[in-house]
Design a binder for this molecule. Structure first.
Ligand code: ADP
Ligand code: MG
Length: 471
């Protein structure tokens, strides 16, 4: 039988044309211009990218977008695969192909190497931890000394000194990194301990599912048998509607506390300020150590950048580092986003990043600084236009999917671009409670990590809004 051959290059081209129209020129050049069609399989398209870094970034940001375009255009599902080949290797491969067989261009795709899960990866998946978050990669400074030292002590001797421990601080200041580092380091030192990391949101969802499926015994067993329980973002529980989850958590807490098991929580504010929590649960969180993470000083920001550069095997000159640290002061996540952007750009154009390039590239860096004088009306108008609905839909009471996400996005952008408090934003958005606004922002943040098509959407909205300003 003749072997079937496929050629989906036409779909690829067409999908790229569509995507190009939707993105800004800068974004297109950065992420798409260096990706080339390579070959087609039965239900896949393989594209050539210049590095694993590039592949990971494209996967994270655009995989869903590309695959959905391909499906739209071709009428069936085509998955995207990556073939990593540096530019100069492409040229070498072409030369070798001319002169003889054994062309290095036939090297197997990179993914085959990384597909065998090791024992540690299995453990990690079970525990919920990401191995990249460890103490070695965490910069200590006067903004976080107590929190980091307590965390190290906890990982060394869980269940003894600081129990429970609550780490609190604003968005992007390193809470998740730190609480996960406790888990990873504790696992290294005490491989027999059962460590469970979970976000408050996942805890809540698992609990609700357990009730629906009559499996609460499995849920209880998972959490009450932990030697170290790490719960991230407990402000998520602070919502009058989550009473039964709070109740369950209260009992989990007591069971673990009585058994001297270690518990660590993170929160966006001190426990005592969690007004919507039942008194007894709030007092449990306030017990033990409460340690805060403050925004890092200029020097610490620079130290963090250098650490991240090292980790990514990249180099930036001191004046560029200086520039990034002085323009991005709000939080470490934004700092890192700026860095990634520059590294990607430099890989792409194969040039060192100069101060001018950095300025140009970071010009509209996502949410770096609050823009002056942007009115909520401008935001409402832009979001309503974008999603083709009316401003009163966005402010209104309807709760169907089609309006909820735009509403949440509008709240998120307001929080990012203005100085209004969550209470003020709630009032402007149809008299909603401040916890609704907080929840909306958290939802959007978590979508941003799971849905790569959202970030370009929000970025383009922010550009439109900034260009319109107040009024
Ligand atoms: P949070 O959970 O508080 O919102 P994250 O833990 O997700 O913040 O941190 C955001 C990013 O900043 C992560 O990539 C993290 O590694 C990095 N980061 C924050 N603080 C530090 C630090 N002190 N040293 C190194 N990296 C940091
Ligand atoms: Mg976090």
């Amino acid at each position: 039988m003749k072997e079937e051959t496929w050629d989906y290059s036409i779909f690829w081209k067409e999908a790229m044309n569509h995507i190009r129209e939707e993105l800004s020129e800068q974004e297109w050049i950065m992420w798409f211009s260096n990706m080339e069609y390579h070959k087609s399989g039965g239900s896949s398209i393989t594209v050539r990218v210049p590095s694993t870094f590039y592949r990971d970034q494209v996967q994270q940001r655009y995989l869903k977008l590309i695959e959905s375009k391909l499906a739209e255009i071709s009428g069936h599902k085509l998955s995207l695969e990556f073939f990593i080949q540096k530019k100069d290797e492409t040229e070498k491969a072409a030369d070798a192909a001319k002169t003889g067989p054994n062309s290095p261009g036939q090297a197997p795709p990179d993914r085959e190497k990384s597909e065998r899960p090791d024992k540690d990866a299995v453990w990690r998946q079970k525990s919920g931890l990401n191995g990249a978050y460890n103490f070695d990669q965490y910069v200590i400074g006067e903004n976080n000394t107590l929190a980091v030292n307590a965390s190290i002590a906890i990982a060394n001797n869980p269940g003894s000194a600081y129990n429970p421990c609550l780490i609190y601080g604003g968005v992007g200041l390193g809470k998740t990194h730190l609480i996960q580092a406790i888990g990873n380091s504790a696992h290294e030192k005490h491989p027999d301990l059962k460590i469970v990391y979970v976000t408050a949101e996942t805890f809540t969802n698992e609990f609700i599912n357990a009730i629906q499926n009559k499996k609460t015994h499995i849920f209880k067993n998972k959490y009450r048998s932990a030697d170290i329980l790490l719960i991230d973002d407990i402000h998520f529980f602070a919502d009058g509607k989550k009473e039964s989850t709070q109740e369950e958590l209260f009992h989990t807490f007591n069971a673990l506390y009585d058994a001297n098991k270690q518990m660590v929580f993170t929160c966006d504010r001190p426990a005592l300020e969690l007004k919507e929590l039942t008194d007894r649960l709030r007092s449990r969180f306030a017990r033990g150590l409460n340690a805060d993470l403050q925004p890092p000083s200029f020097e610490i920001r620079a130290a963090i950048l250098k650490k991240k550069l090292q980790q990514k095997n990249a180099v930036l000159s001191d004046d560029v580092i200086h520039f990034i640290c002085s323009s991005i002061t709000s939080n470490v996540r934004d700092l890192e986003a700026a860095l990634l952007r520059l590294i990607a750009y430099s890989e792409l154009v194969k040039k060192e990043i100069t101060l001018d390039i950095a300025r140009e590239q970071l010009k509209d860096n996502f949410s770096s600084q609050k823009a002056a004088n942007i009115s909520i009306n401008t935001i409402l108008r832009a979001v309503a236009d974008y999603f083709n609905m009316s401003q009163s839909d966005i402010k209104g009471k309807r709760r169907n999917k089609a309006v909820v996400l735009p509403r949440q996005i509008a709240m998120y952008i307001t929080r990012e671009l203005t100085e209004f408090s969550t209470t003020e934003i709630g009032l402007e958005f149809g008299g909603r409670d401040h916890t609704t606004v907080m929840h909306a922002c958290q939802r959007v943040e978590s979508y941003l990590t799971t849905n790569p098509t959202l970030e370009p959407t929000i970025r383009s909205l922010i550009r439109t809004i900034k260009s319109q300003g107040g009024g």
